[in-house]
Design a protein around this ligand. Structure first.
Ligand code: AMP
Length: 192
């Protein structure tokens, strides 16, 4: 089973994806994680994406599609969870092609419904908690970047809701419920 978890930054996509990895033998493909790994690798690509990410803007379609293509080639027995990808219509079209080429299907697109102001607070708190635990906060977990990330989401990613609705595989769940309740709703959608 291959699924997309769709939702604005801070909606809890990664948290839910990790649980599916642990319980369903799925592979999480988070382009955000891949890009964060790339930026610490000292490569040319890493340097280019670092500034863009810190501002809260989207990196180019070409870069993220390339990253996803590489991972899809490795295959996954339990299927893939796309987390933070696709974020544009061009990425969504590319994903459809990549899946078709490899004989895979897209089984569900689950949108996490959330409220913006709660998200800004969540992300600011995530940064504070990281610092309190002695870790470094994500460079883009601050209010200014978060507002840009939300605007990028509404301009470029939210049209994917209509796109997947038209394709017939969009399901929405309440993303503001507790982590446990979101897990339950997500499982219900996937097992329906
Ligand atoms: P995330 O961890 O998913 O919130 O992603 C962090 C940052 O990485 C985003 O704000 C973008 O700058 C970049 N990024 C992650 N995934 C994508 C994507 N699919 N397309 C473009 N940029 C992305």
């Amino acid at each position: 089973m291959n699924i997309i978890i769709l939702g604005p930054p801070g909606a809890g996509k990664g948290t839910q994806a990790q649980h599916l990895v642990e319980t369903r033998n799925m592979v999480q493909l988070s382009t955000g994680d891949m890009l964060r790994a790339a930026r610490t690798s000292g490569t040319e690509m890493g340097k280019i994406v670092a500034d863009v990410m810190d501002r809260g803007e989207l990196v180019t379609d070409e870069i993220v599609i390339g990253l996803i293509r590489e991972q899809l080639e490795k295959g996954s027995e339990g299927g893939f969870i796309f987390d933070g990808f696709p974020r544009t219509l061009a990425q969504a079209d590319a994903l459809a092609e990549l899946l078709e080429e490899s004989g895979n299907t897209l089984d569900s697109v689950v949108a996490l419904d959330v409220d913006d102001e709660v998200l800004v607070q969540r992300v600011v708190n995530r940064a504070k908690e990281a610092v309190a635990a002695g870790n470094e906060a994500r460079a883009d977990d601050n209010e200014d970047s978060m507002r840009t990330r939300l605007m990028e989401y509404y301009k470029k990613t939210s049209p994917l809701m209509g796109y997947y609705h038209a394709k017939g595989n969009l399901k929405s769940i309440d993303g503001l419920a507790s982590i446990e309740d979101v897990r339950t709703s997500l499982a219900a959608v996937l097992d329906a």
